[in-house]
Design a protein around this ligand. Structure first.
Ligand code: HEC
Length: 106
């Protein structure tokens, strides 16, 4: 009898723990919203440099003068000419944030 009661208490505790966990997960996407500079650091810095100055890839400091947001987005998705395609590795939200940020660099 005692053990049964303990079991019920444990179950209730673990359920409530799960409940609060779910709430934490729900709040997360808003907290880690994609932003251009962060995505750049994670995926592009190795070839385009810490200050977008270029290296293995071309300088991107004024890429917005040469290419529109849409062109930049396509370039990132498809890669080519030594640049790998990022269609799969980037989420749409990250791709958009990154392209918009780069297109604004003039
Ligand atoms: C493995 C190295 C490498 C990585 C990683 C890389 N690039 Fe590139 N990127 C290049 C090379 C090389 C070129 C030049 C290709 C060419 O000459 O056509 C290029 C070209 C570009 C261009 C066109 C520039 C222009 O003036 O025409 C853009 C925009 C660009 N990269 C953005 C990015 C972004 C954003 C990322 C991260 C998601 C990224 N690249 C990651 C190597 C890389």
């Amino acid at each position: 009898m005692k053990y049964k009661l303990l079991g019920v208490v444990m179950l209730a505790l673990s359920l409530s723990a799960c409940g609060s966990n779910d709430k934490g997960n729900q709040a997360e996407p808003a907290a880690v919203k994609a932003d251009g500079p962060t995505v750049y650091k994670n995926f592009c810095i190795s070839c385009h440099g810490g200050n977008l100055q270029g290296g293995e890839g071309p300088n991107l400091q004024k890429v917005g003068e040469r290419l529109s947001e849409e062109e930049i987005m396509k370039r990132i998705q498809k890669g080519g000419g030594g640049m790998p395609p990022f269609q799969v590795s980037l989420k749409e939200e990250e791709l958009k944030a990154l392209s918009a940020w780069l297109a604004g660099l003039k």
